[in-house]
Ligand binder design. Structure first.
Ligand code: 13P
Ligand code: 13P
Ligand code: MG
Ligand code: MG
Length: 375
């Protein structure tokens, strides 16, 4: 059996500077220091620490497989340590996403978000990691469909004989905790019927149909379903594999040439336009947003992220590019249009989704004031 390589991205909001805005350097430094040590002790082979708005993101490449207790514990301990530092500094929402206390080998269901992919490395294995802030995992449904299911997005679906058999999408029903696999192009309409409801149905994995090659994995954590109330947004991550019988890098990021609307933004209670940004702009500002997404491109090579001679991983900050200025401009314009509507739907989320927020408490107060109306 060839040796397999695992890419893991595990993330958590451990506390943030000046509200839900950004992860300050002392917290990033904890991630960097601990992952460097883990690399020295050969638990992992490569790492990259960054942040998406107020979420601390740990990208790790190793040979331990998915759901490995040691890898998950490493991330969990870093989040605990960073949350403690955040608490010492009295940063906002220290330990926000650490919803459970007793760690038992896996961060799934405990608050942090995780996307993992175990692969047999191809001759060359280009990858993209996406990380978003102020939104939910279903926010990736639309681009996942575009990338792997839509021939108007991905020319390879039409031009490359290696992709003609299509792709299989695993869709998770986060309310019922059930999943289903649907294949494109044959079941495209059924797929859209489900994933067009991103608050409930989430694309969790994608495989190439002809050989079941894994090509995408997405985090599915819904914090409000774990906590039973709104405690912050999920702020999802995703790993996507590119090229050579898979969508090209450019086909993976072209869906972000325009903005599109996602649930989240201020207090997790509003529709907002998702804005692709470079790492330098990965900070949420206007009305705690607009919701933002970063994309990092890299190569997986000999069990690691391909690195320079000093072992620094070679990472390309994909949205730090004028080609995404149009989407950013649209995002600001649409954000302004929605904000003109204040707290009126559809700027605010549906009453059903608001159930998880503090709005029901406000409505509760009015209960006694209602009198029967004449029919
Ligand atoms: P590959 O088929 O080698 O992935 O190249 C596709 C391409 O030319 C990208 O634009
Ligand atoms: P985060 O989920 O990114 O912490 O945002 C919480 C929030 O309520 C922003 O307004
Ligand atoms: Mg936060
Ligand atoms: Mg966040």
């Amino acid at each position: 059996m060839p040796k397999k390589t695992t890419v893991s991205i595990i993330k958590c909001d451990v506390g943030s500077l000046a509200g839900h805005h950004t992860v300050p350097k002392p917290l990033l430094d904890i991630g960097e220091k601990r992952l460097k040590e883990a690399q020295k002790s050969r638990l992992i082979n490569s790492h990259y620490v960054f942040h998406a708005g107020d979420d601390l993101e740990l990208l790790m490449v190793h040979n331990k497989g998915e759901n490995n207790p040691k890898i998950h514990e490493l991330a969990w301990n870093i989040f605990q340590e960073a949350a403690k530092k955040a608490a010492d500094l009295k940063l906002y929402g220290a330990g926000q996403d650490l919803l459970r206390t007793a760690f038992s080998g896996n961060v799934r269901g405990m608050g942090p978000g995780v996307a993992e992919m175990e692969i047999e490395e191809r001759g060359s294995d280009p990858m993209v990691v996406f990380a978003a802030d102020k939104t939910e995992p279903g926010a990736f449904n639309y681009p996942m469909f575009k990338i792997f299911g839509d021939p108007t997005n991905t020319a390879g679906l039409v031009i490359d004989p290696g992709m003609m058999e299509g792709f299989k999408f695993e869709v998770l029903d986060v309310m019922e905790n059930k999943k289903v696999v649907l294949k494109c192009p044959e079941e495209m309409y059924e797929l859209i019927a489900l994933i067009g409801t991103p608050g409930r149905y989430v694309v969790s994995h994608v495989w190439r149909a002809r050989d079941n090659l894994i090509c995408a994995a997405t985090s599915t954590t819904r914090l409000s379903l774990i906590a039973g109330k709104y405690v912050g947004k999920d702020d999802p991550v995703s790993i996507v594999r590119a090229q050579h019988g898979l969508p090209a890098l450019g086909e993976i990021i072209v869906p972000f040439m325009h903005t599109y609307f996602v649930e989240g933004w201020m207090r997790g209670s509003h529709w907002g336009p998702l804005m692709p940004v470079g790492l330098k702009d990965s900070r949420c500002t206007v009305f705690d947003g607009p919701p933002r997404i970063v994309a990092l491109g890299f190569q997986v090579s000999h069990g690691k992220i391909a690195s320079d001679d000093d072992d620094n991983p070679l990472i390309s900050d994909l949205f730090d590019d004028p080609a995404f200025d149009l989407a950013r401009r649209e995002a600001v314009e649409y954000a302004a249009a929605l904000r003109r509507m204040g707290e009126f739907e559809p700027a605010r989320l549906s009453a059903e989704t608001m159930e998880y927020t503090t709005l029901p408490k406000v409505l509760e107060k009015l209960k006694g004031k209602f009198v029967k109306a004449e029919s």
